[in-house]
Design a protein around this ligand. Sequence first.
Ligand code: TYM
Length: 330
Amino acid sequence: MNKKTILSGIQATGNLTLGNYLGALNNWVEMQEEYDCYYMIADLHTLTIRNDPETLRKNTLELIALYVAAGLDPEKNTIFVQSHIPAHTQLSWVLNCYTYMGELNRMTQFKDKAAKHADNINSGLFTYPVLMAADILLYNADLVPVGEDQRQHLEITRDIAERFNSIYGETFKIPDAYIAKIGAKIMGLQNPTSKMSKSAPDPMDKILLTDTPDDIRKKFKKAVTDSENCVRYDREAKPGVSNLMGIYGIIKNKTMEEIEKEFEGQGYGTFKSAVAEAVVERLEPIQNKHNELLENPEKIKEIYEMGDQKAAEKANKLIKEVYKKVGLVI
Ligand code: TYM
């Protein structure tokens, strides 16, 4: 039986949050048995902001180790580095010529990032979704597991692919976003109406995957809730409590109704410590495995070299086909 293909990636910016884990990585781990999975380190995408070169290299290697520490088996999944496969940038250029400025102008992430980095609105930031489309289309991915914030990028990927196919005939598979119902948007702990983000200036707003158990407990204790003192799911009226319930629900594999029952008649103090303990319990073994892997750089290299090779085989076939279709001599 032919397995369906999955591709996804995380930017190598460091400081990954619980949002990245619950919105992306955690789902990937669950999908590895059923699908043919390609998980990349999006290092080229990070060039859209200014990085210290040494830090970027370190973040890239650490992210590979994190994928494995979180439970991705490097034998079952193709774990690779985006910049090691030149076909990504090659396809990105071609697709740029089939993407309209108007489409890119509508991207909310571009608008947000441009506002945040007003002194560096470079054209890479503008065409960022085209490189992401290339990442996905190169592997004929059926499904792309991401958080809610990437939905619009998946839509533009489909539009670009359909446009290309309609001109040159069936070339790209049209991918679907795979966005979990709960956990697709983990919100900030201090500001539960906006997503938990690596770049949030307030450290209390985000749980980092490298946080110590004490940090995690402290941050949940201080998390913003409301004055009702009743554990009840209502995203609109109770965004803080609902966000904590979402976090707890994913980790404990419980529905919102089950959580409401579990904490019936109990105050927020008890509930918050239960959420904190669930997160600590989940993250501690990942952190330990991560630290262990970081002591073995040879192993990390072995992992990405194996993945790079498998990824290149697939990507090189597709880029050749695309070059041929658009009229390049190959
Ligand atoms: P990035 O690196 O910003 O985020 C990685 C993944 O984490 C998800 N995520 C969240 N999910 C739930 N709640 C949150 N608060 C939260 N914050 C982040 C994101 O939705 C994402 O799934 N452009 C992508 C990286 C990328 C990519 C790709 C993804 C490059 N090429 C191809 C899929 C396919 C990005 O910046 O993700």
